[in-house]
Design a protein around this ligand. Structure first.
Ligand code: URA
Length: 364
């Protein structure tokens, strides 16, 4: 599945873009073709929102009409020269990210020469342009679709769905891992589990999930029934998932530490060291394209495991960012988020969490 981003200027090419969009929908899913970045929440960093939307696509179509280069704002300044011009930010991001950028010329527009472009857009003029003529529109569009399909067979953020056999194998591997966890008598938390008749919590969800959430550790509610996120934090998480129409069953939920630590305390380094090999094996089995860490412990572990430049960053700086990384099985995104429990003791964080969850829409 490829994700296609259509970048255009309304006043310049809206009519053409509508036709391009309709044509693409004959070949691709509606959710895979982006035309406009959804409403940007008040207070959000709009440059970051646009950059994130572009980062999540594979093919970037820059529609260039006859006035694309010259349109001016009310003050008479060329729109393309403005630092906050959406069209410019999106194209510059796509070029910087080395996306497949296809300039699509409509309305008999010419490809702008580099000297007439702002510096960050100059490389656009070296991308081979594709001309959509009015008379041969359908024919030209078919050729464009062919190019897209040939260039981008699959989006790394959307892995192809596992076949039945693979899915069953994954479920079986998870079942085995669960049994090993039950037998983990040498764990630093085993005694506490046993004394209090608690259950370990390996996690649950889709064994082939595209998105995997890693929380901190099971709380009392979770350890009493052996399921993740079923207490007050789980209620917050459910609300967040619902806000982006993501069903619990579609994702996989786990934690960094898989037994309940006493007294609601933070996990110790020893506990993290003990349980993370289980978490690593879960990642290897499920092979998610997106790992969402909830809270600073899970974030720190995942960023260090992947040896990412952000590994020393704070959650206050990194929450809501899409961080590209490489695992043995391919490219992934890590998305650090605040832990849902923050909303319970600091309700003002709810908006931040809701806003950050919007980022995950790109992967749903
Ligand atoms: N419940 C969980 O399962 N994990 C947490 O991190 C918190 C509550």
């Amino acid at each position: 599945m490829s994700r296609i981003f259509i970048n255009y200027r309304r006043q310049d090419s809206e009519g053409y873009v509508g036709r391009v969009y309709d044509h693409l929908l004959q070949h691709f899913q509606r959710d895979d073709v982006f035309m406009d970045v959804d409403t940007i929440q008040p207070g959000a960093d709009f440059v970051q929102v646009l950059e994130d939307a572009v980062k999540a696509c594979d093919v970037f179509i820059a529609v260039i009409g006859p006035q694309w280069l010259t349109i001016r704002n009310q003050a008479g300044e060329r729109r393309l020269d403005q630092w906050n011009d959406f069209v410019r930010i999106e194209i510059a991001t796509a070029l910087a990210q080395d996306k497949l950028v296809i300039p699509v010329l409509v309305g008999e527009a010419d490809m702008p020469p580099p000297q007439e472009l702002p510096e960050d857009l100059a490389p656009l003029s070296r991308r081979n342009a594709f001309e959509l003529s009015h008379r041969r529109f359908s024919y030209d569009m078919e050729r464009l679709v062919e190019v897209i399909k040939r260039e981008i067979p699959a989006h790394p953020s959307f892995k192809p769905r596992a076949d039945d056999e693979t899915y069953q194998r994954k479920e079986e591997d998870i079942r085995q891992l669960r049994l090993e966890l039950v037998d983990a008598t040498d764990s630093p938390l085993f005694q506490f589990r046993d004394d209090n008749r608690l259950f370990p919590v390996l996690g649950e969800g889709n064994a082939d999930a595209n998105i995997m959430f890693i929380g901190e550790a099971p709380g009392k509610n979770e350890a009493e029934i052996g399921r993740p996120f079923c207490g007050p934090s789980g209620d917050v998480l459910d609300e967040m998932l619902a806000s982006i129409d993501l069903a619990r069953e579609g994702v996989f939920l786990t934690n960094l530490v898989l037994d309940r630590p006493p007294e609601k305390r933070n996990p110790t380094p020893e506990e993290i060291a003990y349980y993370t090999p289980f978490v690593d094996r879960l990642i290897d089995i499920i092979q998610p394209a997106v790992i969402v860490t909830l809270g600073s412990f899970a974030m720190g572990y995942v960023l260090r495991k992947l040896d990412l430049p952000e590994k020393r960053g704070k959650i206050s700086q990194l929450h809501g960012k899409l961080i590209k990384a490489e695992l043995d099985y391919g490219e992934i995104h890590v998305v650090p988020l605040y832990h849902p429990a923050v909303v319970l003791y600091n309700p003002s964080k709810k908006d931040v969490l809701l806003r950050d969850f919007q980022k995950l829409k790109l992967f749903v």
